[in-house]
Design a protein around this ligand. Structure first.
Ligand SMILES: C[S@@+](CC[C@H](N)C(=O)[O-])C[C@H]1O[C@@H](n2cnc3c(N)ncnc32)[C@H](O)[C@@H]1O
Length: 329
């Protein structure tokens, strides 16, 4: 009773309901919320503190940013979700908030697209700036073992390096990316190495052009830290994964290189083991293995730790008996 009452008191206010509505569209920092709500930062911060103390929302510090999201656990989390379900964008205040929120999301998207358009040609060099690529690729392959797959899908394939790596153990391999410029480089690379079973398509990671339960293996290599909502991306990836299918995710461990945000369009400064455990659990995926590769020694002193997660969709999770008809529209 007490916990529920505290949650109800903390939401019985118009700005706080608007905050819940905004956060139901993904994690946001205070500056972004201030813009959506058109209120001063101290005021928004006061509301956020009260709501976090009441267990409705969670806060997560990353470099210079503090990110807020709806809490998933506990009575507070359940209450936040229930309230959000009752809020509709038809309300004038909420629909105005939604408009500003979509503008922010579009700006972020544009920033990332511009970055990848500008850097597609020398991406190969950029991707090795902070990590030992060869060690990462060897670990990825050894975690997957000698298995072969009917259909592999590489999400956020960029210039297609991971697609190239996995195509050998797959009958058919697709790479998906939203950047045309990256995909142009990927097509040229695939042609150069003569891979006939691998293709790429432009698509959004949040709305994949594949049927439910169609992929045997999904790879997501150095992509989640660019996304607004990694959880939503993993839910969508899980949708297209067959029961018993595997997902391999590679990303940076938490770090403090703020310049990766300002100069390289990163949204998140790495992903912790705890965050990933939550993402996977909420997507109904079981963690099979987690490996951590220490940073390489670099003259610049900016080597980053890389995390690799291998997950599996348990057979009992899917009711779908869809045939493996992957089907790009
Ligand atoms: C850092 S690159 C990684 C590319 C590749 N996986 C690699 O390791 O070289 C991230 C890629 O994710 C793509 N990306 C970002 N957001 C996306 C989205 N919403 N849908 C599809 N691709 C996206 C970018 O265009 C970019 O090519």
């Amino acid at each position: 009773m007490e916990e529920l009452l505290a949650g109800l008191k903390a939401t019985a206010e118009i700005t706080r309901l608007r905050i819940l509505f905004a956060l139901s569209h993904g994690e946001m920092n205070v500056t972004e919320l201030t813009h959506v709500l058109q209120q001063s930062q101290p005021r928004v911060s006061r509301h956020l503190k009260l709501m976090a103390d009441s267990g409705l929302i969670a806060r997560h510090k990353e470099g210079n940013w503090v990110l807020f999201r709806l809490r998933e656990e506990g009575k507070g989390g359940a209450l936040a979700r229930a309230l959000v379900d009752m809020l509709t964008g038809r309300d004038k205040l909420l629909s105005d908030d939604l408009g500003r929120l979509e503008t922010i999301q579009a700006q972020r998207q544009k920033q990332a697209s511009t970055y990848f358009a500008a850097n597609a040609a020398h991406w190969q060099k950029l991707r090795s700036l902070h990590v030992q690529e060869q060690a990462v690729e060897e670990s990825l392959l050894s975690m997957l073992g000698p298995a072969t797959y009917d259909l592999v899908i590489d999400l956020g394939t960029g210039t297609g390096r991971i697609l190239e790596l996995l195509a050998g153990s797959s009958a058919v391999a697709w790479g998906i990316d939203q950047s045309r410029d990256m995909l142009n480089v990927a097509r040229a690379n695939l042609e150069k190495v003569g891979l006939k079973n691998a293709q790429v398509r432009q698509a959004d990671i949040y709305a994949l052009p594949f049927a439910d339960a169609s992929a045997d293996l999904i790879s997501i290599h150095q992509v989640l830290h660019y996304l607004d909502d990694p959880q939503r991306a993993l839910l969508e990836a899980r949708r297209i994964l067959k029961a018993g299918g595997k997902m391999i995710i590679v990303d940076f461990a938490p770090h403090e290189l703020e310049e990766l945000r300002s100069e390289h369009a990163h949204r998140r400064l790495g992903i912790s083991a705890e965050q990933m455990a939550g993402f996977l659990a909420r997507a109904g995926l079981g963690l099979k293995e987690h490996r951590v590769l220490p940073p390489p020694w670099l003259k610049t002193g900016t080597g980053l730790t890389v995390s690799l997660w291998l997950a599996e969709l348990p057979i009992y999770q899917t009711q779908s008996n869809a045939l493996p008809k992957a089907l790009i529209q």
